[in-house]
Design a protein around this ligand. Structure first.
Ligand code: ATP
Ligand code: MG
Length: 491
């Protein structure tokens, strides 16, 4: 059964029961009142009749006679009010209107009357009513008349037709029924509004639940905290907030995973391309015999770097918590840069670029070796990618004032506008989508990775660029003491 009908039914049962009980109470009270009034009226008649019809002997003070003329007059008057009476003598024989020689009242009733009791009967049936009396059902009283010596001298039975009393009771009944029907109707309308209101609130909750089930956690139900449904709505809102948090966390994790996959493949492509290039060179005897040892060394270095990359980066837990550690140490910049230049030399030659390294001997830098290679490699590769028949210079020196090793990578290639420069650190950004060079990568990730790695190193990266003139990237790697001092400050 629908909730609205359940509510209405419940409401109706309660209201109906209450009204029923009240109606029965009112009805039975009114009914007994109606009879009581009739009896009192009849007793009043009896008393008056007694006064008028009993003649007392003035000398002896005893009852002398009962005057039947008076009774005739009274009967005429009372007949209009549907009241009849019968007079019996003290042993129950009828005196008026007829005379009988046999007693018509049974001994038990007579004994009660003699004791001064008034008999009251609501709705006499043929059997219970004295045989002589009226044919139709009557409401009557039997009242004993006493003389001065308190002796019962006569009994008056005064009765009114039940139908006369019932007319009043029926009016009450009818009014009660109308009141009941009106009340039930009002209850029905009220319960419909109430139930409808509640059902609408539940519908709202259902609607919101469906939205949540459909993946929309941005739902909020208005509550003013009055009843259990409001409490439920309140809990529901709290639940959607938690779900929103979980959802965002899942999306964050998913994004991190995607980023990682993209970064990892981007970074693995570089050593793999180098190794592949060298292997092809060896396979086709394109590398002079005296350079072979160096080429093999380069391949070994790159393979080791690749293994380290895989070992360190493919740790799921580290990806999840975004904690890929740095292993910073001091190493010789010139050696490292020379390696990079060697790897990129061929690409530079293909673009007819000249690749120059200017770094002093014995210049130590404090950085994560593999990450440092990633940084410089990405920037230099870009320089080659966006420069044709130009000059690319990598310079490194120690800046005593800044306590840092500075590295610049400059080219005189196509350069960028200031607007383009603003966006280059964004993932997947390409200053000009037409600048695609599938040979050296096209994902738009390189500089985003470089930027993130420089931040991890607490270093600085700056870029100056002019369209058609060239670009210079400046990297600042602070000395070990500065980094350590900073770390201690932070702790
Ligand atoms: N030296 C440069 N000269 C001119 N434009 C550059 C230079 N370096 C970067 N850019 C511009 O910045 C963009 C972003 O460079 P980024 O290295 O992030 O991506 P990419 O080189 O296009 O692709 P990949 O992810 O393979 O490196 C480049 O697409 C290019 O438009
Ligand atoms: Mg790049």
């Amino acid at each position: 059964m629908k909730l609205i009908y359940q509510y209405m039914l419940g409401f109706l049962v309660v209201v109906g029961t209450c009204l029923g009980v009240i109606s029965i109470a009112i009805y039975s009270y009114s009914e007994s009142m109606a009879y009581r009034q009739t009896w009192m009226q009849l007793e009043g008649y009896s008393d008056n009749l007694q006064k008028m019809a009993l003649r007392v002997d003035p000398r002896t003070g005893t009852i002398d006679n009962i005057t039947t003329e008076t009774l005739d007059d009274m009967q005429d008057i009372l007949a209009d009010q549907k009241v009849n009476f019968v007079l019996f003598d003290k042993i129950g024989r009828e005196l008026y209107p007829n005379r009988t020689s046999q007693p018509l009242i049974d001994a038990k009733t007579l004994a009660l009357l003699r004791k001064g009791n008034t008999i009251r009967e609501r709705n006499s049936t043929e059997r219970s009513r004295p045989r002589v009396y009226h044919k139709r059902p009557m409401t009557y009283i039997m009242k004993p008349w006493f003389d001065q010596d308190n002796k019962m001298v006569a009994i008056l039975l005064a009765g009114s037709e039940v139908s006369a009393v019932e007319t009043n009771i029926n009016t009450i009944k009818r009014n009660l029924l109308v009141a009941l029907l009106v009340s039930v109707f009002i209850a029905l309308v009220l319960s419909w509004f109430l139930a409808n209101w509640q059902v609408k609130r539940i519908d709202k909750l259902r609607q919101a639940t469906k939205q949540v089930a459909g993946g929309d956690f941005d739902v909020k139900i208005a509550t003013d905290g009055q009843d259990e449904l409001d409490d439920l709505a309140h809990d529901f809102n709290a639940m959607t907030i938690s779900l929103q948090d979980y959802d965002q966390e899942i999306k964050r994790q998913e994004q991190r995973r995607k980023d990682f996959m993209a970064d990892a493949s981007h970074e693995m492509r570089t050593p793999l391309t180098t190794i592949n290039g060298l292997l092809e060179g060896l396979a086709y005897d394109a590398i002079p015999a005296e350079n072979r040892g160096q080429s093999i060394q380069l391949m070994r270095n790159e393979t080791k770097r690749l293994i380290r990359l895989v070992n360190e980066n493919l740790d799921y837990e580290k990806i999840r918590t975004n904690q890929i550690p740095l292993h910073q140490r001091s190493f010789d910049v010139q050696d490292c840069l020379q390696n990079i230049v060697s790897q990129l030399q061929e690409k530079a030659t293909t673009s007819q670029d000249q690749l120059v390294l200017q770094a002093p001997d014995d210049l130590q830098i404090y950085a994560d070796y593999d990450r440092f290679i990633q940084i410089v490699f990405n920037i230099t590769q870009n320089a080659i990618q966006f420069t044709n028949q130009g000059l690319i210079t990598i310079k490194a020196w120690h800046d005593d004032q800044q306590h840092a090793v500075l590295i610049t990578i400059s080219d005189n290639g196509i350069g960028m506008s200031s607007d383009q420069v603003k966006n280059i650190w964004e993932r997947y950004y390409k200053a000009d989508p037409s600048r695609k060079n599938t040979k050296y990568g096209e994902s738009g990730l390189g500089l985003a990775i470089v930027h993130q790695l420089m931040q991890q190193h607490h270093g600085k990266i700056q870029v100056r660029s002019h369209l058609e003139q060239g670009t210079t990237f400046t990297l600042t790697f602070y000395d070990q003491e500065v980094i350590r001092a900073n770390d201690t400050d932070q702790n």
